[in-house]
Design a protein around this ligand. Structure first.
Ligand code: FE
Length: 249
């Protein structure tokens, strides 16, 4: 954790958030999710880092899956810790963890268009469920380069409208640049639609290694400014605040 914070300080970032995946004891998961028993330690480590590095704002986040059968558990978990922000994400279609490289072969059997259709249905439910502050990696099914024949504009617009209606924030996430698709989440086209709707954005690198902190932020901020965005948002204790794009990092 300290290495990530130091990387953020070196890159002149004003703040850094840690958003571990929610532990899911109900699901057999090989993606390296934290065990429920490890979470209190993780929480204490964040508090220790906040004391050790007063020169940067360190936020305590969570990436929570939207899984309709487990919403009571997810809601309870969110209540149990003093989170600054909750990212809501969809990683599962049924039991298929579609963004895991080991299961990428299942796209063809499922049908790429079907993947996108079903995914946006779930993402819309995630936006409407009332548990989350931010909607994570909006167009995740593109991760491995799968392109739908149907452009899904109607599903995308319906999902963005739900995000706006619920006053949520859209996660601009540079990790897709490190994946086969080689593009940020969400795509420029989707970001332009989001801007027209007046949807606020947060900015993250989804770093899984310290050297990925702030990955491609300069280019991404330039793109966001070109689209019209003048500020990004962050959260403290689930309350949103704005910062203008004037940092050099
Ligand atoms: Fe994710």
């Amino acid at each position: 954790m300290a290495d990530y914070v130091r990387a953020a300080i070196e890159r002149d970032l004003k703040e850094i958030g840690f958003a571990e995946h929610i532990p899911l004891p109900q699901i057999r998961d090989i993606t390296g999710r934290m065990d429920l028993s490890e979470f209190p330690t993780y929480c204490r480590e964040i508090e220790a880092a906040q004391k050790e590095f007063p020169q940067i704002q360190i936020r305590f986040g969570l990436e929570a899956d939207y899984i309709s059968q487990h919403l009571d558990y997810i809601a309870g978990f969110i209540q149990a810790y003093p989170f600054d922000y909750i990212i809501g994400s969809v990683h599962y279609l049924g039991i298929w963890n579609f963004d895991h490289p080991d299961y990428v072969g299942q796209y063809e059997a499922y049908g790429v268009d079907h993947v996108y259709r079903d995914y946006y249905k779930l993402l819309q439910q995630a936006a409407s469920c009332g548990l989350f502050d931010i909607i994570g990696h909006f167009d995740l099914p593109k991760k491995f380069g799968h392109v739908a024949v149907d452009d899904c504009s109607d599903a995308i617009d319906a999902t963005l409208k739900m995000i706006k209606q619920k006053d949520l924030t859209l996660d601009v996430n540079t990790s897709g640049l490190r994946k086969p698709v080689g593009d940020i989440y969400p795509s420029e086209d989707i970001l332009r639609r989001a801007f027209v709707l007046g949807i606020p954005i947060s900015l993250g690198s989804d770093a899984h290694r310290p050297q990925e902190v702030g990955y491609h932020f300069n280019q991404t901020v330039a793109l966001l400014q070109n689209i019209g965005y003048r500020e990004y948002v962050s959260f403290e204790k689930r309350k949103r605040y704005k910062t203008s794009f004037d940092f050099s990092g």
